[in-house]
Design a protein around this ligand. Structure first.
Ligand code: TRP
Length: 460
């Protein structure tokens, strides 16, 4: 039996609807844009292995904890934490976890939207056949020209934010839920097509060994932190997105099975993206560690050379935009739900307020690829020597705020909530799997996050 509370924002129509929404949130730029480029920057195999371990032992248990808290509280993360803290006689300051999550959501979406704007721009660039027959150099020039132009980035960022606000204003379980049902399988199919192209590219073997042959001499303490941070980022954990989605989950659905299904799909998409991209990198003599432009500098080469490449390319970027779209709404939903609950705003007005704020923050990222590209705020600190504002925002949110948020979620669920309440809410009995979950969130997750933090701090 789950708690009797009901959400004022409505509920998913079924467990499947929740799986789709949560998968929509999890699968996004993180899988297709970010995973390949950070794997490339951090030496490949060993990084990938650590990331996979983090998904299994940290990500899945924390996702379960987040859904559990959300479904029990049935409100925005801030109010859920406030209610549950009171109910469990915990310190009232736990509500700050909700606030920190809301801030993280704003910051992440502010840059997420700019990158999603690149994907939007590439729908038209690939669709028009611009890349047909181009070499790696030509493709790179097109990318560089785009990011060098702040006005263009601003325009695409604005369009993407308007798209996000429109969906959030209409409520999360509306049209996008149906779109995800159709587009997610299409994205899978297209990734397979790309892997097929990569298979014949001449670099497949090298790509596979780069991704799956761990060479631990290539990994640093900071690389381990990035791998762990990415496990949180890619599963949308640590800031309340999954918590707020959990608050709309019908009381009878199994949390454990749902979370495992979502995590498996998410991981599969990331690995397919890696398998599509790295063979192209090696076949064309490119650098795996070029950074955030990686997919925009590799995949168009493939589209420029395959049959019907303009069509496939356009379709790919359309699907990528949809994947980013269904993720971006979850980044802003905690703030919108809170504005509706506590400020008495309508959903539409709340979406505009939250969207405009994010849009403004986004200017920092827009400028850090061109006019401010030489502005290195923390140039005095070794690992941040070359970090732009975008790099710092990404590092702060993905590698610090999310793991810290996740750690606190685990501590609350496993140490502050009564055992009976969690047994009740997870509704999987009190057997082996419950005990395993509890052991992981009580001991393994917090200790792992703290060790990785301490290691990383020691090298800064
Ligand atoms: N998981 C998404 C991706 O991989 C991004 C995302 C959506 C996210 N909601 C989030 C990241 C909440 C962190 C927290 O693209």
């Amino acid at each position: 039996m789950a708690s009797e509370r009901e959400s004022i924002h409505g509920q998913w129509s079924s467990r499947l609807a929740f799986i789709l929404a949560a998968t929509g949130s999890a699968v996004g730029l993180g899988n297709i844009w970010k995973f390949p480029y950070i794997a490339g920057e951090n030496g490949g195999g060993a990084f990938v292995l650590i990331y996979l371990v983090c998904i299994a032992v940290i990500g899945i248990p924390i996702m379960m904890a987040e859904v559990l808290l959300g479904r029990r509280g049935r409100q925005s993360p801030i109010n859920t934490m406030r209610t549950l803290a009171a109910e469990e006689h915990a310190n009232r300051h736990w509500k700050w976890l909700g606030w920190a999550g809301m801030l993280a959501g704003f910051l992440i979406l502010s840059y997420y939207s700019v990158i999603a704007g690149w994907a939007l721009a590439y729908v038209f660039r690939t669709g028009s056949g611009l890349f047909t027959g181009l070499t790696a150099d030509g493709v790179q020039t097109i990318f560089t020209n785009m990011v060098n132009d702040p006005e263009r980035l601003l325009a695409w960022h604005t369009i993407f934010m308007v798209m996000t606000m429109t969906v959030v204003a209409r409520g999360v379980s509306g049209g996008l839920e149906k779109a995800v049902k159709l587009l997610m399988p299409a994205l899978f199919v297209l990734l397979f097509v790309l892997v097929g192209y990569a298979w014949n590219s001449g670099g497949f073997y090298q790509g596979v060994s780069f991704l799956f042959q761990p060479d631990f001499s290539k990994i640093t303490a900071n690389g381990i932190l990035i791998a762990m941070g990415h496990a949180f980022f890619t599963l949308s954990l640590g800031m309340g997105a999954i918590m707020v989605y959990g608050s709309y989950l019908p009381g009878t659905a199994s949390i454990a099975k749902t979370c495992i299904a979502v995590s498996l799909m998410d991981t599969l998409v990331a690995l397919l993206a890696g398998l599509a991209i790295f063979p192209i990198v090696f076949a064309n003599g490119l650098e795996p560690g070029v950074g955030p432009g990686l997919i925009f500098q590799t995949l168009p080469i493939a589209f420029g050379h395959m049959d019907y490449g303009a069509f496939f390319g356009m379709l790919f970027f359309v699907l990528l935009v949809f994947a980013a779209w269904s993720s971006s709404i979850s980044l802003i939903e905690p703030a919108v739900a809170w504005l509706v609950e506590n400020r008495g705003m309508t959903r539409i007005f709340a979406s505009v307020v939250a969207g405009l704020t994010t849009w403004l923050f986004g200017l920092l990222t827009v400028l850090s690829f061109n006019l401010w590209s030489e502005l290195k705020l923390l140039s005095g600190i070794g690992i941040f020597r070359d970090s732009t504002i975008f790099d710092l925002l990404d590092y702060l949110t993905a590698n610090i705020m999310l793991p810290l948020g996740g750690l606190l979620i685990a501590v609350f669920a496993a140490w502050k909530m009564s055992r009976a309440a969690t047994v009740d809410e997870l509704a999987m009995g009190d057997g082996f799997f419950y005990k395993l979950w509890r052991f992981l969130v009580r001991y393994i997750t917090p200790v792992a996050v703290i060790i990785v933090f301490l290691k990383a701090v020691s090298v800064i």
